[in-house]
Design a protein around this ligand. Structure first.
Ligand SMILES: Cc1cc2nc3c(=O)[nH]c(=O)nc-3n(C[C@H](O)[C@H](O)[C@H](O)COP(=O)(O)O)c2cc1C
Length: 190
């Protein structure tokens, strides 16, 4: 697949078939993640591949209560309509954790200090989404969880920062179309 095809046509997937994912596809996706840029090439990420139905159920329960608290705190109406059903079907979740001590020079700067590891993890996640798309798989960058819950469920230590869950599976239908503003609205040329 052409890179631009992947970039322009990848969409978040929220409906999956309960079909297992091949080991080699997971490996390729993790390899794509590991080639992301990072501060001083520190590679401040770790991955946990979750396939256990029991753990997925616990993640779903944690996401449900996170959604409830978010609804109470924010007053957002849409959050009550947002379905977490896909967490019952998706066969693989890849937890991406960052390693805060592996930020780079930004650790010693005044603004944005210590955020480099998060930016690197975001780059790794995007590589995963694009690699999965190239393999014909659907993904969702999922963040509706309290970090403490994910730490407890997946055994992630206090020295790691749970950044996201990448939901990975075979899409069960076409994705939702999401619009974009034009780059012109978002760019200044000086
Ligand atoms: C940091 C981040 C967190 C996100 N968290 C969630 C999430 O918890 N649940 C969800 O359904 N989508 C989540 N998304 C996906 C966005 O909703 C989605 O990327 C956006 O609406 C654009 O749609 P597209 O990915 O189909 O182009 C997240 C995306 C990012 C970058």
């Amino acid at each position: 697949m052409e890179l631009f095809d992947a970039v322009l046509n990848r969409r978040s997937c929220r409906k999956f078939l309960a079909r297992p994912i091949r080991e080699e596809d997971i490996s390729r996706i993790l390899e794509a993640a590991s080639w992301a840029p990072s501060p001083a090439n520190n590679q401040p990420w770790e991955f946990i591949v979750v396939r256990s139905p029991h753990l997925r159920e616990r993640i779903l329960a944690a996401a449900e209560s996170c959604r409830k608290r978010l609804s109470e705190r924010s007053g957002w109406k849409w959050i009550d309509r947002y379905s977490l059903e896909f967490l019952k079907e998706v066969p693989v979740l890849i937890a991406v954790s960052g390693i805060p001590e592996k930020s780079g020079a930004d650790l010693f700067l005044e603004e944005g200090a210590g955020l480099g590891y998060q930016q690197a993890c975001a780059a790794a996640i995007q590589n995963m989404l694009l690699a999965a798309h190239d393999l014909g798989l659907g993904t969702l960058w999922f963040s509706l969880f309290e970090k403490k819950d994910l730490r407890e469920i997946l055994g992630i230590g206090a020295d790691r920062d749970p950044i996201a869950l990448v939901c990975l599976g075979v899409p069960s239908g076409p994705p939702m179309k999401t619009p974009r503003k034009s780059p012109g609205e978002k760019t200044r040329y000086l």
